[in-house]
Design a protein around this ligand. Sequence first.
Ligand code: GBH
Length: 482
Amino acid sequence: MVVPTALSPLAAKLPKDFLWGFATAAFQIEGSTDVDGRGKSIWDDFSRQPGKTRDGGNGDVATDSYKLWKEDIALLKSYGVTSYRFSIAWARIIPLGGRNDPVNPKGIEHYSKFIDALLAAGIVPFVTLYHWDLPQALYDRYGGWLNREIVEDYKNYAKVCFRAFGDRVKHWLTMNEPWCVAILGHGRGVFAPGRSSDRNRSPEGDSSTEPWIVGHNLILSHAYAVKAYREEFQPSQRGIVSIALNGDWAMPYEDTPANVEAAQHALDVFIGWYADPVYLGHYPEFMREMLGERLPVFTTEELAVVKGSADFYAMNTYTTNLCKAGGSDEFRGRVEYTFTRPDGTQLGTESHCFWLQTYPPGFRQLLNYAYKRYRLPIYVTETGFAVKDENSLTMEEALHDHDRVEYFRGMSAAAVAAIVEDGVDVRAFFPWSLLDNFEWADGYSTRFGATYVDFATQKRYPKDSAKFLAKFFKDNIASDLS
Ligand code: GBH
């Protein structure tokens, strides 16, 4: 691998239509959970249960973006973004979720106005249909993602959105990070609906079988929604659709055959579990080996729908893990993760999260890996950093988010190097996140925003990282004039 070098200003230019903007998700920012006919999502009550979030925070208010959406758009505009990745709350569109349940006109109206305002501001809407906020009613009715019923209900919901917004939305993501839905929601039990074999955590759940069933139903739901889009909407609407997959680069702890193999196993479980069926038409061999009959099987007919069910590769990536053979955790491909190198040094800069350190060279490697293996343009749909202990700083201090600036400096340079020097076709870059927001099981104790949110007043203040990103893309995306 070539080491990133300083690029001449000319070579560093990204194409004119390169998309950059911020990413968010409905439940993490909207609040207003009981207005305009919204149904409950599985995160509503889950986050209110004592012990489910680190600081007891829930999504009732979040960054109040359901009300403050005009301010959010003005902020995006002030940063000069060309796109904004946000998600639609299923339970605002169909409060009870299912295909025979009523559509909520007020939900449609809200997102419709929002999309119009983005377009009026010159910002391309990049829409996620599902970012973890399943309608509670579908979980109560049949167990949500555990049940094959969900495939039809999800497809129906997706079609409602394509029909309502597809005249203006040309970039769709069916799901965000299915690995997290399956593993964190139905394996570790740390995310809603919180199922796990660990009876201290959950009264029900089977971590050895349920995540793999959920994953299977997520893939089918994605694929049948894409089929519907392609048959009924894409010919006239001319948009593109994919699925956002989380996946961090996996580096052998030491260069031994066992560790090299371990690193591949980690990639197989985090990425290949979804990407191999969707892009290549089969589950990774290693997953079949590891799980045997616990990994469901696609019928020939299903496989024909799954294979090729994405128009581009949507990459969410945050870090790099050093991988050691000999682990027992199936959710990590029986691989042990560490950030501590054999010589005792840390791989990168520590963050507020146990799973995250800065390591841009790994991002460049991952871009190369994904492009070579899946052979489609890559849209980086999430990448971001939580500064260690940022929440205990004063706002004045927090605004100077040096470690986040350095993170984005490295990640943006790595993306440019992958494009310019390695020939990887990268078409978008969405830092996570526009705002400090509801960080799931961390509540509000972990801040990922490039904009500081004072949750007492809901006022927004740009951090240094927002200024860095705004300038970087202003300088590096070609304009009509250059
Ligand atoms: C994203 O997920 C989410 O899309 C977003 O909503 C969230 O706010 C943001 O990141 C910041 O967390 O150690 O084996 O349990 C993050 C991706 C993937 C990061 C799984 C943590 C844990 C792997 N996550 N990873 S493990």
